[in-house]
Design a protein around this ligand. Structure first.
Ligand SMILES: [Zn+2]
Length: 155
């Protein structure tokens, strides 16, 4: 079988957003942003359990020259899509990561405490993300947060 060629997806594009779905409940999901040469300059790894309605941000990285351009926020808002009301936590401890979560909490009202323990599904899922990503549109930065506030304000 022909190996899946990621590089074929990047030709003639300034940036490509790829979502790697999980292979099981509570398993790892990823969002990666690639430049036109196939370098992933922004990466987010997270786990979501729809049974327990919890999520955990496992890792976030934005290469320095791409920082402060909204990539972290866009990736986080994409990860929250469809599970905005779930309890969240993070294992991210880097200064860059903490700054991002502080800004994101201010913008969305969603907290990311570092002390919350993940549920059994997340703790026991050992399966990696799916090796078959799908291309996505660049996630909106403001609209998703606005939609979240509107939704919670009416409930
Ligand atoms: Zn669970």
């Amino acid at each position: 079988m022909e190996p899946f060629k990621l590089t074929a997806l990047f030709r003639l594009r300034r940036e490509s957003w790829l979502y790697f779905p999980t292979a099981c409940e509570g398993g790892m999901q990823s969002l990666k942003v690639f430049d036109g040469k196939g370098y992933d300059f922004a990466v987010l790894h997270w786990e979501t359990c729809h049974v327990c309605r919890v999520g955990r941000i496992a890792k976030i990285r934005v290469t320095r020259e791409w920082q402060r351009r909204g990539y972290g926020t866009r990736m986080m808002l994409r990860a929250l899509r469809g599970c905005e009301t779930y309890r969240r936590s993070t294992t991210v401890q880097s200064d860059d990561g903490r700054r991002l979560f502080t800004a994101l909490t201010a913008a969305t009202g969603i907290g990311f405490p570092a002390d919350y323990r993940a549920c059994e599904h997340i703790r026991t899922s050992r399966k990696p993300e799916s090796p078959r990503p799908r291309r996505e549109r660049r996630p909106p930065m403001v609209l998703a947060a606005t939609a979240y506030r509107r939704r919670t304000a009416t409930t």
